[in-house]
Design a binder for this molecule. Sequence first.
Ligand code: GDP
Length: 324
Amino acid sequence: MSQRSDLRNIAIVAHVDHGKTTLVDAMLKQAGAFREGSTVNNRVMDSMDLEREKGITILAKNTAVHYADPDDGSEMTINIIDTPGHADFGGEVERGLTMVDGVVLLVDASEGPLPQTRFVLRKALAAKLPIVLVINKVDRPDSRLKEVVDETYELFLDLDANEEQIDFPIIYACALDGIASLTEPENGQVPTDSDNLKPLFDTLIETIPAPEYTEGAPLQAHVTNLDASPFLGRLALCRIREGRIRKGQNVAWIQRDGTTQTVKISELLMTDGLERKSAEAASQGDIIAVAGIPEIMIGETLADPENPQALPLITVDQPAVSMT
Ligand code: GDP
């Protein structure tokens, strides 16, 4: 078994308004600029405005940040899965978390962790995912950095985090200015030892494990969400658990009741920034969207037709309160 050193799959967990969209915007913008070896410019922002005009919502299901380390040029794709910031009853949180290998917990420097974050964090901790804490909006004049960090430790203890999880790295950020630092600034001040998000990228890459890769393993891909395209019809969003998949390939579609059918992957898509683009092939660890199976459902498996093995269905907590 080896590792996909070029790939990280993460989720961002945040209370609404704590700055998730602003942070991902800044990551996209800087990753593009670092890649071109230029200073930060507005190129990515421009294409994002275009996306907005086309009505594609930012953070729809998956954003892919293509990052090149400005120091050594090493390239990395960071897939960012959006999880709802509230207790949903459809299991979207659980399903999102099965796609990732680690979580960014984004907390407002003044408000601290709020109840809505707790639900999702509890799931992430139970799934044994490593966490990176990002304290955002450190520039707020009413920021309370020490207290907010303490409140976050208390929350982790309360939610039975394991020792590794509670040893989380802390990043202090002003997402609005695209700045992150490992050093605690003064309350209300933007960090002065950094003028970009590189400390955040470095910490994510270091803390969140790369997906594993097993040479020659038969295909197993798990359908974790659905989407629709006006041209391609239903899209199944999957994380490839093992093996490889190619556009045009026949695969075994294993349905929830175990019925298995051979179907053709008519289109294979991978995310680039905020856009889905056609791809020829993808492999273990990748997050993909496939077209060609109009009746496919969440939880089902796409597998090697020679060796069709179903992945376990994703179990979802029942709502604690009735919805009447
Ligand atoms: P989301 O709901 O988590 O996606 O939050 P947004 O990214 O939409 O941000 C909510 C608000 O917080 C917006 O008005 C942002 O401009 C603001 N915001 C985001 N990051 C920062 C920051 O670092 N500092 C300050 N002062 N405001 C921020």
